[in-house]
Design a protein. Structure first.
Length: 252
């Protein structure tokens, strides 16, 4: 009669040991990694990964590390507060990576890659010429200087919508190595989707101000226009973020 009980206890003990070992391994794996921010709010299914391949469920107050990936499932949202106090929120079915986060006494440098979906940013004001904060997609790059805005990407374009402050934007084609090496032959000529003014082969930078948006396509074309104020009042993603921003006190 002792053997079955002993076997049962052994299985439980082994399971506990495996869990402890996995937890220890996870903690050990994070040793030495640079903390980029913390998960400060989440709804639904949110996952994190150090490689973009092996995913674990996120939790409140979980640390997010440099080069770490975060993704949201259907009907899910996530808020991450970066080390400098800036806030990044992810809409459902979104995927992003915190590529760079470096804060010293003399500068703050951050970079986020949005691979798919939608993010909302409320970035702390940049006051030093040594500071930088960028958001990248495979089609566009945004340089921020204390801004409340959103980035949507997927399909054939990236759209940046600014609600406060301003964002400098350009095509991601300009940052590719082949363009820097040979600007005359590497890519097709950038062009505005609408408007009479031609765009030269030199890198173009568009400043998007409050209540404006720009849409950049995969070929380097763009269209800039004013936001539709009426549609903003009906956009649940905008309303939710505005409410969250008001509660955090970081509203620009």
């Amino acid at each position: 009669m002792l053997k079955p009980k002993f076997k049962k206890l052994s299985k439980i003990t082994i399971s506990l040991l495996i869990c402890l070992c996995l937890a220890s391994f996870s903690s050990f794996a994070d040793v030495g990694r640079q903390v980029a921010g913390t998960v400060t709010f989440m709804i639904g299914d949110v996952f994190v990964s150090s490689t973009g391949k092996d995913w674990v469920a996120a939790d409140f107050d979980m640390k997010v590390y440099k080069d770490g990936w975060i993704k949201t499932g259907a009907e899910s949202r996530c808020e991450i507060t970066l080390e400098d106090g800036s806030i990044v929120r992810m809409e459902e079915n979104s995927l992003q990576c915190v590529e760079k986060v470096k804060t010293t006494s003399g500068s703050r440098k951050s970079s986020i890659l949005l691979s798919a979906g939608k993010i909302w940013l409320n970035a702390r004001k940049i006051i030093s010429k040594n500071d930088s904060f960028q958001v990248r997609t495979d089609k566009a790059v945004c340089a921020i200087r204390g801004t409340q805005f959103r980035v949507d990407t997927g399909g054939n374009h990236t759209r940046i919508s600014v609600y406060s402050g301003e964002v400098a934007t350009w095509s991601a084609l300009f940052d590719r190595a082949e363009y820097k090496t040979n600007k005359d032959t590497a890519i097709s000529k950038p062009y505005p989707v609408a408007g009479p003014d031609p765009v030269s082969m030199e890198k173009w930078v568009e400043i998007v101000k409050a209540f404006q948006q720009i849409t950049i396509d995969a070929k380097g074309g763009y269209k800039k226009q004013d936001l539709d104020i009426k549609s903003l009042s009906e956009d649940t993603w905008v309303i939710w973020n505005m409410t969250r921003d008001s509660s955090t006190g970081i509203h620009q």
